[in-house]
Design a protein around this ligand. Structure first.
Ligand SMILES: [Zn+2]
Length: 441
């Protein structure tokens, strides 16, 4: 593997330290070999070092997205996702889409759950060099009780549908957890809260005891548990049961926060989906009632997430990429922007959430996420200073170089595009009901 000296850039190392000007980084064997003057010295003594002058550019860790769904293929509805994804085509689509995540500066990501168990296979294909993508960790199917998740009546009373696997008692919870791990899952995902089709809002659909059964089974095999969780009691129960990463953690109260701190759970609020829906939903034709609900959740939850951050709870950045409102390759940086705008974090603090803290989602703390000797050489070089303006991390035209495990990613190629395939998307007859009054006012 090649040796590369990134010479003279301004380094944002991901640890939260202020930017360090004129700081070289030496890549060797897929790892960061040296930083600063030792990098220049070591490079001077090496044969065959490629020197890349990055004067005036920012060098930082590649982004880590802690919440993606690369196998879903950007559906606009649960109906499309659950009923219109053939396994073979879905796998090819995921292999096509994962390159976009990399090209967005994301060098590592956790795919929390997906369809047809494509995730673990895609991870292997990336590792084997068959498919270009970021380093990937993958969940299997999201465990649900038969009450459901966030897909209403799409969730069956038993078995697997879409990204869901229904488990109806503790024996099934143990079996499914073990089987998913055997089938290659890096994490076990639980949908702790979900919609009941005939009622409003999300209900807790697991008991703490049931959560603990999954956590104990997974942990015994060295596998962490992550959970979709909206509501204070659900968040508290997740923390008490041993859930490692709690997604959303909406509407926490003091007791929930205390439990999270004590259990050392990590939080990944995944505001990006809500932020995109609130800001761009109207443009994308989303229904207006959904917009207000999501805006409220973000505002109410933001304050408690900030309190958690101040208390030392690790915050992770997740984009929910995989739906029509969060397509691949575009808004992976946005969680950091929301952390700055909504939580009042500094851009540097937000960058640490989107790089160093992301290593928690990868199960690779101390391996990836900062620019230090010995770490995996995942590096983004861009024109501009994200410690002043975090939003520039969303501007791919500023990206100059990208390295994944020390290998240069060719950013000069055109953005991957494709045409739609017949049967891939469902057609709706109309957006609204055509009534007599509508056309005869
Ligand atoms: Zn998700």
């Amino acid at each position: 593997m090649s040796k590369v000296l990134l010479r003279g850039g301004t380094l944002i190392d991901g640890s939260g330290s202020p930017p360090s000007p004129h700081t070289s980084v030496l890549i060797d064997g897929g790892r960061i070999a040296a930083v600063g003057p030792p990098a220049d010295t070591a490079a001077g003594q090496m044969a065959e070092v490629e020197t890349v002058v990055v004067d005036g550019l920012t060098v930082m860790p590649g982004l880590i997205d802690a919440h993606c769904h690369v196998t879903l293929g950007e559906p606009a509805s649960n109906d499309e996702l659950f009923n219109h994804r053939e396994p073979a085509f879905a796998a090819m689509l995921a292999a096509f889409n994962v390159a976009k995540i990399l090209r967005a500066g994301v060098t590592s990501f956790l795919d929390v759950d997906g369809i047809h168990n494509i995730g673990p296979a895609l991870r292997e294909a990336i590792d084997a060099g068959m498919v270009e993508g970021p380093t990937m960790r993958s969940g299997g199917y999201a465990l649900m009780t038969s009450v459901g998740g966030t897909a209403g009546r799409m969730i069956p009373n038993a078995g697997i549908a879409g990204y869901a696997e229904v488990v109806n008692n503790k024996d099934e919870m143990v079996q499914a957890t073990r089987r998913q791990i055997k089938e290659g899952a890096d994490v076990i995902k639980i949908h702790v809260t979900g919609n009941i089709p005939t009622r409003k809002g999300e209900y807790q659909v697991w008991t703490r005891e049931e959560l603990k059964v999954v956590c104990d089974t997974a942990h015994a095999l060295g596998v962490p548990v992550v959970a979709h969780c909206r509501g204070a009691v659900a968040t508290l129960d997740c923390a008490k049961a041993g859930v490692d990463i709690i997604f959303h953690a909406s509407f926490m109260d003091e007791a929930a926060l205390e439990a999270v701190i004590e259990a050392k759970s990590a939080l990944c609020p995944v505001f990006t989906f809500l932020a995109n829906l609130a800001e761009y939903g109207a443009k994308a034709g989303a229904t207006s009632s959904a917009l207000g609900v999501f805006r409220d959740e973000m505002e109410q939850t933001g304050a408690m997430i900030r309190t958690a951050y101040d208390a030392g709870v690790p915050l992770l950045c997740g984009s929910e990429s995989g739906f029509s409102i969060t397509p691949y390759g575009h808004w992976h940086f946005r969680e950091m922007e929301v952390f700055v705008d909504q939580l009042g974090l500094t851009p540097l603090q937000a960058i640490t959430c989107g790089t160093k803290n992301g290593a928690i989602a990868m199960g690779e703390v101390g391996e990836v996420g900062t620019v230090e000797p010995g770490m995996r050489a995942d590096l983004l070089v861009l024109d501009g200073d994200p410690s002043k303006d975090i939003a520039i991390l969303g501007d791919r035209s500023r990206f100059r170089h990208l390295y994944r495990s020390g290998r240069s990613v060719d950013l000069s190629r055109p953005w991957p595009t494709r045409s739609r395939v017949r049967g891939e998307q469902i057609l709706s007859w109309s957006d609204v009901l055509l009534t007599w009054d509508l056309v005869n006012p």
